[in-house]
Design a protein around this ligand. Structure first.
Ligand code: AMP
Length: 277
C-alpha cells in the first residue's frame, strides 16, 4: 500500500495501476461503513485508491471542521488490512492553493434537506469530488447510501458534466442496535449514544407504516415526529419523504421514496435514511 500526499505523485502512481480502478473518497476516522465501500471497490476493480481528506469547503462556518476527528495512523492500519493500493491524503494547501477559485454548483437536488441546513455544503462536496475524479481518474467511485443526498448530487454532477466514470452506491452499515456508523458518533456521550437509536427506530417505523399500506406522507411524518419527540435528548432538524431521484417532497408515497432525517442528539447532528421501494 502506497501513501501519497501530492497530486503529482498520485497522478504518477495512477498510471501504473491495473485497470479497472475503484476510488473511495473519505474524510478519514474510518469505521466499518468506510471499509464496506473499500471491500466492494476491491471486489469490482483490480486496483483501489482511498482518499482521506477532511474537506474544509464543505463545512459551514459554525461547523466542526477544526474539531472533526482525525487519526491517520489508525486509518492506515485499517486500510492496510483491506488491501488498498494507494491512499491519497493531500494537505488542504495541496487541494486548495491560495489562488484556487473554481467551484461546481449542482442545481435543484442540492437545495433542500442537507443543502438547506448546511449552506454551501454541496458546492464544497461537488468541487472536491470533481477534483478527486480528475486526479485519480477512477473507473468507478464508491459512496455510501448513508449520505443519500450526496450520492444523488454526485450522480447528477457526473451525468450533467459527462464525467467518465460509474458512481456506485453502497448500503448503510449499522451498529448492532441500528445506529448508522458515522465518524461523528464519537461525539456522543453514553446517554446520547443510547438516545441516538431513535433515528433508526423512526426509519423502521416509516418502513413498517408504509408496508402496512399507509401512503399519506404527512401522516407517516407525523408518526415519526411523535416518536422522536418522546426522546428528550433529540431535536428534529428535518424529516423528509421525497422522490429518491429528484428529491421533490411527496404528498403520496410512491416508490422509490427516500425517507431522510436530520436530528440533533445533544450538540451532535446525525443523519440517516431509508428507501421505500
Ligand atoms: P465520510 O468520511 O463521512 O465523508 O464518508 C466517506 C464515505 O463513506 C461516504 O461516501 C459516506 O456516505 C460513506 N459512509 C459513511 N458512513 C457510512 C455507513 N455507515 N455505511 C456506508 N457508508 C458510509
Amino acid at each position: 500500500m502506497k501513501v501519497v500526499e501530492t497530486i503529482a505523485d498520485m497522478k504518477r502512481l495512477r498510471l501504473r495501476l491495473t485497470e479497472p480502478v475503484g476510488l473511495v473518497p473519505t474524510m478519514g476516522y474510518l469505521h466499518e461503513g468506510h471499509l464496506s465501500l473499500v471491500k466492494q471497490a476491491k471486489t469490482e476493480n483490480s486496483s483501489v485508491v482511498v482518499s482521506i481528506f477532511v474537506n474544509p469547503t464543505q463545512f459551514g462556518l459554525q461547523e466542526d471542521f477544526k474539531h472533526y476527528p482525525r487519526d491517520t495512523q489508525r486509518d492506515l492500519t485499517m486500510l492496510e488490512k483491506g488491501k488498498t493500493d494507494i491512499v491519497f491524503m493531500p494537505a488542504v494547501t495541496e487541494m486548495y492553493p491560495a489562488q484556487f477559485n473554481s467551484w461546481i454548483e449542482v442545481g435543484k437536488v442540492t437545495e433542500r434537506l442537507e443543502g438547506a441546513s448546511r449552506l454551501g455544503h454541496f458546492r464544497g462536496v461537488a468541487t472536491v469530488v470533481a477534483k478527486l475524479f480528475n486526479i485519480v481518474e477512477p473507473t468507478r467511485a464508491y459512496f455510501g447510501q448513508k449520505d443519500a443526498q450526496q450520492v444523488i448530487t454526485i450522480k447528477k454532477m457526473v451525468a450533467d458534466l459527462n464525467m467518465n466514470l460509474e458512481v456506485v452506491t453502497v448500503p448503510t452499515v449499522r451498529e448492532p442496535d441500528g445506529l448508522a456508523m458515522s465518524s461523528r458518533n464519537i461525539y456522543l456521550n453514553p446517554k446520547e449514544r443510547q438516545a441516538a437509536v431513535v433515528l433508526y427506530q423512526s426509519l423502521t417505523l416509516a418502513h413498517k407504516l408504509w408496508s402496512q399500506g399507509e401512503k399519506n406522507a404527512e401522516r407517516i411524518r407525523q408518526e415519526l415526529v411523535a416518536l422522536i419527540k418522546k426522546q428528550p435528548l433529540a431535536d428534529i432538524d428535518y424529516i423528509s419523504i421525497a422522490d429518491n431521484e429528484t428529491l421533490d417532497e411527496l404528498d403520496t408515497v410512491k416508490p422509490p421514496a427516500l425517507v431522510s432525517l436530520a436530528v440533533r442528539i445533544g450538540k451532535t447532528r446525525l443523519i440517516d435514511n431509508v428507501v421505500l421501494e
